[in-house]
Design a protein around this ligand. Sequence first.
Ligand SMILES: N[C@@H](Cc1ccccc1)C(=O)O
Length: 526
Amino acid sequence: MQLPAQQVAVLEAASADDATSVDALAAATDLPPETVTGAVFELEDEELVAVTERVDETVSLTDEGREYATDGLPEVRLYEAALEAGAGDEPVQMGRVIGASGLEGPQVDIALSNYARKGYGSIDSGEITADPDAEPDADAEANALAELADADDAPVESIDVDTETLEELERRGLLERSESTVREVTLTDAAVTELMAGLETAETVGQVTPELLTSWAKQGFADHSSGQGPREDGEWEDVEFAEYNVEADAETVEGGNVHILRQMSERVKDVLVGMGFQEMDGPHADADFWINDCLFMPQDHPARTHWDRFALEQPTHIDELPEDLVERVERAHREGVGEDSEGYHSPWDEDFARALALRGHTTSLSTRYLSGTEIGEIEPPARFFSVEKAYRNDTLDATHLLEFYQIEGWVMAEDLSVRDLMGTFEEFYAQFGITDIQFKPHYNPYTEPSFELFGTHPTTGELIEIGNSGIFREEMLEPLGVECDVMAWGLALERLAMLTTGAEDIRDLHGTLADLEFLRNAEVTY
Ligand SMILES: N[C@@H](Cc1ccccc1)C(=O)O
């Protein structure tokens, strides 16, 4: 009989024993276990072997279990130290015994919580006693650890430890159980007969190649050049093809994926361009003047302290600011603009305004554009946006990162109202399937009125803040030279991604704790 090489090797190895496992066959044939498993299944199909399966439960010690197997259980060490210190006769101060035991950190708590339970003595108001009759040598858990010390994935049946002790060790995290499928292989009578008659190794071919198809098995029979006469079949007719093993484990091939925030940002840009917006860009590190002063943010505002901003050390200040604009902004801060405006009457310092920092919001781009210094004077109606990074010295948590993307935007037109603002958001978020935006009155030094935006998280049902908005104040627009209304906003790209993908923790999306499995599969579907 002719069989592929692996099957011959497996049959021959199996014939040496009455019944033998796949692992044993792999060791005997020097073939990988998965190859042996494949060969065994093929032999089973041909009724040359019978296969029985059983699930073996095995146990091994955890790292902690191994440590105690060598150093002793913490409660036993405590007992020995207590006896040594005389706690067998009268209570001894706990600190002294612990110090002498050499136990440290969490091991102290482990020792204390098992000490009385196992009858080693008692612990009361800072004192410890030791029962002189306790027998650490008979400690079932300690003996089990010793028994298991060298047992790596040992079958449970082979272990001489009672079930209760095994369960206790497992509860203490000192032992791990696992299951594995064991396949036992037995030769059939047919196989024995074939083995006696002698087996031959068949050459098998794994793939059909162009050469196999075009080569002629029996050269000379056909007249290829004339195209006449009977054509003989090619060499592929004669070779034996290896069988496919569709049950073999295959390697997982991971493809690349565009990061969810990149996908989200592209989508947001498409939507905004579709709504008639033009894109702005500008420096990540900028003068406080553009980030704050132009927004009528008082220089003593809490967000302008060193706590919240990432200041630049080199260079510390911007080279140039438009002189007349600086003058107008300073006047707005000191005295206000127009008849009804007061200003802050607080100090205003140009040097402070020239200090450089990473922008805490991308509204710095809006002030630059509105002032006319980026692309010249902008005539209404106009709509601008950016999807860019902002930096804040926040505390990291499930909804805050130190750097994040803001969807900045503004519309310049005559007679804008709160309705225009809300309508714009409704139109924008509807493109992402979000139709239940909520608005909450808010305060920004540069907008009046101001609104925060909230959306409902699809999995937790919680309301999360997704943006901030308002209509720019006169005190901000007048110095910039803008004469009609401007409504504006800063929305969080990450929060939009959380609402659309259902991600619950912003740190899954970005940063060192990112959830790679999630990122591999995350898609923006809107
Ligand atoms: N700069 C604001 C967003 C905003 C922009 C424009 C107007 C109103 C609010 C923030 O970062 O929260």
